[in-house]
Design a protein around this ligand. Structure first.
Ligand code: B1M
Length: 212
């Protein structure tokens, strides 16, 4: 079967056309295109362009929401495939987007990749307060905690969450990894996180390294 034209996927995410984004993704997957290729080469760059347009006041929050909806519609088809490609259960991860932050597309991708890497993933969603991370990590006996932040204003919640693990006396029971567009290795070092991954795909080898 010939490779379908995937540019319409980029265009659909950019224009917030969920129906087309889903249809092109469906077609591409049945033609055997790698799910991760769709994410990394078309959907993520399209969201990057959405962000650029937002910064230049060409797009506003409604456009952001439509593009996010289109990306999510396509990801619904991709996520189970990423999650199915895994090996043996490798550990238990509590994941969430930190307090004050509602961005969940990247976090959802990280969750899917970790599931695909054989981890049991407990997803706390968005706007997760520090004490919730601590409570659930303890309750579920998780060995990893993964935090995502997309806003410079919510990055400090990562530090606060690490402090909450310390205050509860359980910091040494979990490895903490962080990520998200504004996060850097330097920031991870500064706040005492155990690791930083730039991409969702990079979260899996990082989790393995931390668990080892
Ligand atoms: Co928002 N937003 N947004 N937004 N939004 C950004 C992040 C922004 C950069 C846009 C811009 O100005 N260019 C900007 C932040 C600026 C800053 O802080 N310096 C911004 C802003 C300002 C805002 C609001 C304040 C806007 C407003 O209301 N005036 C508001 C804040 C709301 C809140 O959270 N409290 C807001 C709202 C929204 C929507 C709700 C409308 C929507 C989100 C919908 C949703 O997620 N359900 C939205 C969107 C869509 C974006 C952009 C356009 C796209 C984000 C995205 O999904 N990218 C974004 C611009 C951009 O990123 N270029 C923007 C695709 C996704 C796959 O990438 O999440 O980076 P990302 O994840 C990557 C990696 O970072 C990594 O893996 C993923 C893939 O490899 N990763 C991890 C992520 N988490 C990880 C964790 C890990 C490891 C890797 O380990 C644990």
């Amino acid at each position: 079967m010939s490779t379908p034209d995937l540019q319409p996927l980029y265009d659909a995410v950019l224009s917030g056309d969920a129906k087309t984004a889903r249809a092109v993704t469906e077609q591409a997957l049945s033609a055997g295109v790698e799910p991760l290729k769709l994410v990394q080469e078309y959907m993520v760059p399209a969201m990057g362009e959405v962000g650029r347009r937002f910064e230049c006041n060409e797009y506003f929050v409604p456009e952001l929401l439509l593009s996010a909806r289109a990306m999510k519609a396509a990801l619904e088809l991709i996520r189970p495939l990423l999650a199915a490609s895994g090996a043996q259960p490798a550990g238990r991860v509590v994941i969430g987007t930190v307090k004050g932050d509602l961005h969940d597309i990247g976090k959802n991708l990280v969750a899917a990749m970790l599931e695909g890497g054989g981890y049991e993933v407990i997803d706390l969603g968005v706007n997760v307060p520090p004490e919730k991370f601590v409570e659930v990590a303890q309750e579920k006996n998780a060995n990893l905690v993964a935090m995502s932040a997309l806003l410079t204003t919510t990055m400090p919640s990562m530090r606060t969450t690490i402090e909450a693990f310390k205050a509860a006396g359980v910091r040494n029971r979990v490895k903490i990894m962080i990520g998200g567009a504004p996060i850097t290795q330097r920031y991870a070092d500064e706040i005492g996180a155990d690791g930083y991954a730039e991409t969702a795909a990079g979260a899996v080898p990082l989790a393995r390294k931390l668990a080892a």
